[in-house]
Write a protein that binds this ligand. Sequence first.
Ligand SMILES: Nc1ncnc2c1ncn2[C@@H]1O[C@H](COP(=O)(O)OP(=O)(O)OP(=O)(O)O)[C@@H](O)[C@H]1O
Length: 370
Amino acid sequence: MSLLALRNISYAYHRHQVIDNLSFQLAPGTIGCLLGPSGCGKTTVLRCIAGFEQVTAGEILLDGQVVSSPDTHLPPERRRIGMVFQDYALFPHLTVAANIGFGLRSNPKHERLRRVADLLDLIGLSGQGHKFPHELSGGQQQRVALARALAPRPRLLLMDEPFSNLDVELRERLALEVRGILRAEGTTVILVTHDQNEAFAVADEIGIMHQGRIQQWDSPYSLYHRPCNRFVADFVGQGVFLPGRVLNENRIQIELGFLSSALIAGGNAENALKTRGSNVSVLLRPDDITHDDTSPLKAEVIAKAFRGAEFLYTLKLDSGARVLSLVPSHHNHAIGERIGIRLDVDHVVAFLNEPPDNADISLPALSSAD
Ligand SMILES: Nc1ncnc2c1ncn2[C@@H]1O[C@H](COP(=O)(O)OP(=O)(O)OP(=O)(O)O)[C@@H](O)[C@H]1O
């Protein structure tokens, strides 16, 4: 049975519909994430789960019990849900140990002390329980906030943008550490973020949200490699769409040549992929295009971003269409240079040909030999 289930919930602030018929469920011990652009309703979903808002339609179940529906509302303090926010919200006048033990005040002292010591150990702050929050770094404070939320063993932990006050480098490291801590505790979690690196580092399952709806609930790998629609394809990872024409169920022609890898239908493209001659949009990721000095296929470098180990090149094809390519950074080419490229595609995701957002490319007419 799922620990948390949201069934067709909706929510409106006054008349402004913010959550629209949204559903997902989470198995015990799973780290789930709501990922989406600012204003898509992520925090509102958390507030409904926590019990700060009552859904206007649908229901929320915890351990099989309805905790929220238009006619049921279990108050937040009776839901056994823990929370971690971006601003740590530690008590400044209490020591680290007292902060962590705050939710355990009614427990016997020896139990409380043991749990606090175990959590200090888990967050890598053993022996530092006597310090005050201002004596800790931002990352350490956030780990203390996490330990404080975990101390009473909540059945569900909600984390709202927990790393957004930290600098980028620390954010990635802490995200991985937090995943380790949550795993060690076996906690079921919903994380909310608009940062996909954070989502990928922490979550087992991610729901991509847009305009109050979940577009796709899936593993990070599937979201990247098998996006269900163009919004998800655009939002997760980088990539471009190139016009393509279907030759048969295993072959698509694009400006760069023929793609004969596994074809995956994005959105409603299934029929189009079965119909010879239909026009589609093919998703190409930066890792689908490799640099090869010996390739006869050339493209012009029009932008480059240094990533340390790699350059992310933006390349202009002869038609004017742009593609992205990740290239090891010892291949340092200048803007304006024409470099050799090769397709290195393991599978192809194709969508129905909505208004093409790359250059208008006319592909050569099909011949019976294609
Ligand atoms: N108390 C409120 N009263 C009225 N409208 C609100 C209120 N809180 C949020 N909204 C609106 O609801 C929508 C969703 O807000 P929400 O905070 O859930 O989005 P979010 O995805 O968490 O955004 P962000 O990533 O920027 O925090 C937004 O259009 C916002 O303006």
